[in-house]
Structure formats: C-alpha cells, structure tokens
Design a protein around this ligand. Structure first.
Ligand SMILES: [Zn+2]
Length: 230
C-alpha cells in the first residue's frame, strides 16, 4: 500500500487575521524608519490574491517632523495613477497605511485616529500599521462595510512566499526623493526632544497627517471610475 503524499494544511478560515510583510518589504520599512530622524509614512502594496500580505512599501512625497507626516496631495494622486497603470486594484495599494514612530511607542496618536477615521472611513476596509523605532508595532484592521468593526492584528514577517533581496540604493533614492524633513531638523535636536518628550505627549501630536484632499478626490473617482478599471 502506497503512502499518500503529504499535503500542506490550509490555514483555517477562522484563523485571526495577520498583517504579513514579505522579508523584502519588512527590510525596506526598517531601512526607511531608521534612515532619518523623522516619522515616515507610506502605503503597503499587497499581493493580488492576499490583501493582508504586503509585498512592497511605497513612499509618496511628504513633509515630516518628529511627530507628524504630511503627504503631498499631488504625489498621492500620482501614486494612485501609477499603481492603476501597473494593473493593480485599489485594494492592493490603497488600504494599508503604514507609518513609523521615532520613539518607542507604536500606539496611534489622536491625529492618527482622526486620519484613520476621516481618510479611511469610506473604504470597505483599511489597515493602520505603525512601527516604532525601538521595535514595538501596532496594526488595526477596520471594516466599514455592513455593521463595521475593527480588530487589532499582529504584524509578522512571512517567509513562506518568494521574495526578492534588498535594494538599499533604490530605497535610499526613494527616501531622498520623497521625505522632506521640515527644517530645521538636526539630529542633535531630534535626539534631545526624543529623550525629553514624555510618552503622554507622544500620543497627542498636534499636527496632522494630511492627505485627505487627494484621498477624497480619489474616492470620488473610485465611485465613478472614469479611467479606472477594477
Ligand atoms: Zn502616528
């Protein structure tokens, strides 16, 4: 009697969701987080067949300080256009919002919560993911369809799918092209603020993650797709 070949067990549908990064995307996120002194933010690009598997991370032009990121509307619009031209659906490139916190706290600030509400409250679902410089991370999946709901989800690095190597030169170029520290951000000052700032104020940054305008324009296009193909 021949033995049946081993089959890989499928992950049960009831498994709690995970936000998974490819090793390459994770390495890029760490590189971008550590390259400068400021916060940095971008969009996760997910696999077509696995929308919580982030294969790449893309920056858009942004003004950054130690406590906030302001995305440039035109750059967000250009990014969306480019992704659509590449054949990706909005679910792949416009649902996972990733940013870093320079301190040790990955919890969303009040501004982060407002942004998540206002900007991502109109899509069927969205994820806010935050990685702190010291390592702790945070992610929350939110469903806006039906009765809605949200759940904190773990972040993990998934080695089970093919992945590419690092490309530090390209990542450096992408950082240099897109991340514009609001002057004057000097390393010494940033370090001094980091050590002086109590955790409570880090959760209540005063400024905004502003990319609402481009997002709302985009959503209007999504409702009335014009050149978009989904
Ligand atoms: Zn934040």
């Amino acid at each position: 009697m021949t033995k049946k070949p081993t089959t890989w067990k499928r992950v049960p549908q009831s498994s709690p969701p995970l936000l998974r990064f490819s090793p390459t995307a994770w390495a890029k996120l760490l590189f971008l987080r550590d390259y400068g002194e400021t916060e940095v933010g971008g969009f996760g690009i997910a696999a077509r067949d696995d929308l919580l598997f982030v294969e790449d991370l893309r920056l858009v032009k942004q003004d950054c300080t130690w406590t906030h990121v302001k995305f440039d509307d035109d750059s967000v619009a250009d990014f969306f256009d480019e992704q659509v031209d590449l054949g990706r659906s909005p679910e792949q490139f416009a649902r996972v919002w990733v940013h870093t916190h320079p301190g040790d706290c990955p919890l969303p600030s009040c501004t982060d919560e407002q942004t998540f509400d206002r900007v991502f409250g109109r899509t069927e679902w969205a994820v806010m993911a935050i990685l702190s410089r010291q390592g702790p991370s945070y992610a929350r999946l939110r469903f806006n369809a039906g009765p809605g709901g949200e759940i904190e989800i773990p972040i993990t690095v998934d080695y089970s799918r093919p992945f590419e190597g690092s490309d530090r030169y390209a990542w450096e170029q992408e950082y240099g092209t897109n991340v514009l520290p609001e002057p004057p951000i000097r390393a010494a000052n940033a370090r001094r603020r980091r050590s002086a700032q109590p955790a409570s104020t880090r959760l209540d940054d005063e400024t905004e993650n502003e990319f609402q305008d481009a997002w709302f324009d985009y959503l209007e296009d999504e409702e009335n797709p014009k050149g978009f193909e989904f």
